[in-house]
Design a protein around this ligand. Sequence first.
Ligand code: COA
Length: 183
Amino acid sequence: MPSLLGMSLLLERLICTLSNALQMVNIRLFKTSDTDDVIRVARKAWFHTYKDIFSKEKIEELLSIFYDPIHLVEGNTLKHSFWVAETDGKIIGYVTIGLENGEMKLFRIYLDPDYIGMGIGSKLLQTAETFMRQHGITKYYLEVHPKNTLGLSFYKRKGFVQSSRQPTDCSSECELVLEKTLD
Ligand SMILES: CC(C)(COP(=O)(O)OP(=O)(O)OC[C@H]1O[C@@H](n2cnc3c(N)ncnc32)[C@H](O)[C@@H]1OP(=O)(O)O)[C@@H](O)C(=O)NCCC(=O)NCCS
C-alpha cells in the first residue's frame, strides 16, 4: 500500500505528464491531405461514443454518409471552419463549425478515445470560440444525442444551456439542442 506522500508524488507526476502532453498538442486548420487521418479518428471516436446507442450497422451507415471524403473540405470562414488537433504529427481530434440557416453551429467535435479527458477537447473548443469572437459571433448552438453522457457533461461544463430551437434529427431519439452565449 503506497504512503500518502507516495500517492501525492504519483498524482503530481500524472498531472505533470498530462500537462506536458497538452502542451505538445497543436491545433491547426484541416488540410485535404488529412482526410484519411480524420476518418481514422472518426471511426474510433464514433464506435467509442455510440456503441451503446446505435447498432454497428447504423454507425457504419452514418460514418459513410458524414465522413464521405467529399464532405471533408478545408475551411477558415464563418460559413465553414475545420481544425484538427495533432501531436507528434498524428491527428487525434477535430472540430468543425459553420453557418446553418444563418446561425452559427458547432457541427462536430471528436477525439481519439485514447486522448479523452486531457484538456484537448477544451483546446479545440477554445480555438473555435476565439475564431467566432474575432468574427463578431455572440451565440452558437449544437445538437447532441441525449444518451451521449460524455458529450453532455463536456458541454454543460463549457457553459451550454438548453435551447428552444427544434432539433433537425429525430431519426432515433430527438437530439438535444444546446446553445452558448460568448462573452
Ligand atoms: C467531448 C470531448 C470532445 C471532450 O474533450 P476532452 O478533451 O475529453 O475534454 P476535456 O479534457 O477538455 O474536459 C473538459 C470537461 O469535459 C468533461 N469531461 C472530460 N472527460 C470526462 C469524462 N471521462 N467523463 C465525464 N466528463 C468528462 C469534464 O466536465 C471536463 O471538465 P473538468 O475537467 O474541468 O471537470 C471528448 O471527450 C470526446 O471526443 N468525446 C467523444 C465524442 C463526443 O461525444 N463528441 C461530442 C459529440 S456531439
